[in-house]
Unconditional design. Structure first.
Length: 326
């Protein structure tokens, strides 16, 4: 009996050592792949995404969430299918134009479709600069947006309304047949990427231009990606009411208004995302106004807790540079 007990103890010790050594096995991060991507592959992102070791989420396509140039919040996203069709969403500030152009050129230099959520500088400033550059080295087939009358921007946000006018002028440099006003419920096919328009702009008196964001639901390799732009609580509730939870449910979500004071928790609960995209720099991620984590009056920490509670498995944030999911 004593011999049997000793062997049981030895076996238990060996099992413990095996578990401990496995936990501390170093992970090699290959060039172009973030630790979060490897974490996602290790964890498996659920049955709908079905990520496993060695697999690719978009099977030859990619989603790129581009980093800001100057430590500012902004939204610049690129989707590419396996055959090279390129979709750009918003694009960031004017100072982000060079980096955005470089990335587009590295992907072939030809944009099949450019989608605009709303006319704020941190979303369309780069597009305005690119369109106004006669030496631009990229081509754009189609631009999709839904803009209100200029008088509305002048009334609700006079200090920043000039950008809406500048955007219209810049878009006019493209052929008229390239410009499209989207409508709620419209579906568009760009290569193997499908885009669904979820709403017409909500022209509200509260945080007006942010709330006028058009939400798009993209599908790439049957993975759904919900782009909310800068929708605030009011627009989020209207979107949920009109679209319903089943219409909002998506695998990946772009965090509204850069992850702070965007849509409410119940909207994210309806979306049920497994991956969250955060277009925010480190100071906003940490709600840090210079006095340390939590010293600002932004809502990012609260929103981060929501996403943790809702079971989001992987977060991609531009505080860590360009985020690319393959």
């Amino acid at each position: 009996m004593k011999h049997f007990s000793i062997w049981k103890r030895i076996a238990a010790c060996l099992l413990f050592l095996n578990i401990a050594l496995s936990a501390f096995t170093p992970e090699i991060v290959t060039p172009g792949r973030t630790a979060d991507e490897l974490t996602a592959m290790r964890m498996g992102i659920g049955t709908s995404l079905n990520i496993g070791p060695g697999s690719k989420l978009f099977h030859g396509g990619s989603l790129s969430l581009l980093a800001d140039y100057d430590n500012r919040q902004m939204l610049s996203m690129i989707l590419q299918d396996k055959d090279g069709a390129l979709v750009v969403i918003d694009g960031g500030w004017d100072i982000d134009a060079d980096h955005l152009s470089d990335v587009i050129q590295s992907k072939g230099g030809h944009v099949s479709a450019w989608f605009i959520t709303h006319p704020h500088s941190d979303h369309v400033g780069a597009l305005v600069k690119i369109l106004n550059n006669p030496d631009r080295k990229i081509t754009i087939d189609h631009v999709y947006s839904s803009l209100a009358d200029q008088s509305w921007y002048d009334r609700v946000e006079s200090s920043r309304s000039q950008l809406a006018s500048d955007l219209r002028s810049a878009l006019a440099t493209l052929p008229a047949e390239s410009l499209h006003t989207v409508k709620k419920g419209e579906e568009l096919q760009i290569g193997s990427i499908k885009a669904r328009v979820l709403n017409d702009p909500y022209l509200l008196d509260s945080t007006s231009v942010n709330n006028s964001s058009v939400a798009y639901k993209f599908f790439l390799n049957n993975v759904s990606i919900l782009v909310l732009g800068d929708m605030g609580p009011e627009a989020g509730e209207l979107l949920l009411k009109e679209t319903g939870a089943s219409g909002l449910k998506s695998d990946i979500v772009q965090m509204s208004h850069h992850g702070q004071y965007g849509v409410n928790r119940d909207v994210y609960a309806a979306i049920q995302p497994q991956i969250a995209l955060w277009p925010c720099p480190l100071w906003l991620w940490n709600n840090d106004n210079g006095g340390g984590i939590g010293s600002g009056d932004w809502k990012t920490l609260e929103t981060r807790q929501w996403m943790q509670d809702l079971g989001v498995k992987v977060n991609y944030c531009i505080k860590d540079g360009d985020q690319i999911i393959y």
